[in-house]
Design a protein around this ligand. Structure first.
Ligand code: NAP
Length: 342
């Protein structure tokens, strides 16, 4: 067995279901035994843990797209790690893999549920961002669900975030006019000055509809929604005939106790003959290589930029998750669980 074998496996266990915001007492931090890989499994040392808005959904028991995490289970989470023991064909000690290793130091995972990555000079963290689920979400949500055409106006919410920043850049590559919505002057400046968005709107401005309208003088043909709530309503107010609304996420509603009301401007879906469609990226998993090939080529040519926000310490994971809901992070949020191999 490799030298890294610890005497303990620190892990976060879901203890309670959230009512509103994420609080530390929802999870307990404990030492567990080192997982034993069975036949066909590998022991992975987690290096990066992806921190995602959907963790808030998985903690709750609302009707959702997969099973909620059970009380008493290790909190689910996407990870990138290194294989330390292999009992799976095709995976060797030292391989770098991504999968669902959870909020813990080590995981025993079926080899079939892992993707082996070849860094090829790229930072390992990129495989948790543009070359991971996040990139696939932007790619399939934009090209398969929203289906923008060159020259159209594409509006994106949480536009400085992990998914939104890629969506806006991909829409620019298609020749669209792209407007992003973000929550600070710094984030608005980043997406326009660095990423090439045509305009940005700070959603904390008082007159949101007026600000979006000014930034989208020809109306909105595509709205890529990461947020829901008031921002979805503002976008619906401004959609053009035959607009497409891709519902990727509804983060402004995840902490709500009661899902009330629905969008006040829903009638515009009828009046404007719009199409509104939700999607879950894992439905496209068989086609991920297609997304990664396209995104890899764009990265190589310097046509896509991204920011990673890597925070230290598995012990801080619940507090780090909360950052997604205040926006006090910059780019794809990860926890560094352990060091990268040299
Ligand atoms: N459908 C899928 O398969 C899929 C896959 C991955 C992610 N998603 C969804 O995509 C969305 C973005 O995820 P991400 O990982 O890229 O996170 P992210 O955008 O990097 O971070 C979340 C951002 O949401 C914004 N936000 C949070 N609360 C808000 C509120 N009340 N009002 C307005 N904006 C708010 C903040 O933006 P500011 O900093 O600008 O305030 C924050 O930075 C989420 O809704 C997530 O659930 C869906």
């Amino acid at each position: 067995m490799a030298q890294h074998v610890p005497i303990r496996n620190r892990r976060w266990i879901l203890a309670n279901r959230p009512q509103t915001e994420i609080e530390r007492d929802l999870l307990t931090f404990e030492d567990g035994p080192l997982p034993e890989p069975g036949e066909g499994e590998v022991l992975v040392r987690n290096i990066y843990l992806s921190i995602d808005p959907t963790h808030r959904i998985w903690m709750s028991d609302v009707d959702q797209y997969m099973e909620p995490v059970a009380i008493g289970d290790v909190m689910r989470g996407g990870t990138l790690g290194v294989v330390e023991v292999s009992r799976a064909k095709g995976l060797a000690v030292g391989d770098i893999v991504t999968g669902q290793g959870g909020w813990q130091d080590y995981a025993a995972v079926s080899g079939k549920a892992l993707r082996r990555v070849e860094p090829g000079g790229l930072p390992l963290a990129a495989f948790m961002g543009p070359l991971g689920n996040i990139g696939a979400t932007a790619y399939f949500g934009l090209f398969e669900v929203a289906k923008p055409r060159p020259g159209e106006t594409v509006l994106v919410s949480a536009a400085a975030g992990a998914v939104g920043s890629l969506v806006g850049q991909m829409a620019k590559l298609m020749g669209c006019r792209v407007v992003g919505i973000a929550g600070s002057a710094e984030k608005c400046a980043w997406i326009t000055n660095e990423l090439g968005f045509d305009a940005a709107v700070n959603y904390r401005d008082a007159d949101l509809v007026g600000a979006i309208s000014a930034a989208c003088p020809k109306g909105v043909d595509v709205y890529f929604d990461n947020v829901g709530g008031k921002i979805l309503d503002a976008a619906l107010t401004l959609i053009n005939i035959n607009a497409r609304i891709a519902v990727c996420g509804l983060i402004s509603t995840y902490n709500e106790i009661e899902q009330g009301g629905g969008p006040a401007m829903f009638r515009n879906v009828l009046m404007k003959r719009a199409r509104i469609e939700g999607f879950i990226v894992s439905d496209y998993w068989r086609r991920y290589p297609e997304a990664y090939a396209a995104i890899g080529a764009w990265l190589e040519k310097g046509l896509l930029k991204y920011r990673m926000d890597i925070r230290d310490g598995l012990e801080n994971a619940p507090d780090i998750l909360k950052l997604l809901f205040s926006g006090a992070h910059d780019g794809k949020l990860l926890v560094r669980v352990s060091a990268e191999p040299r």
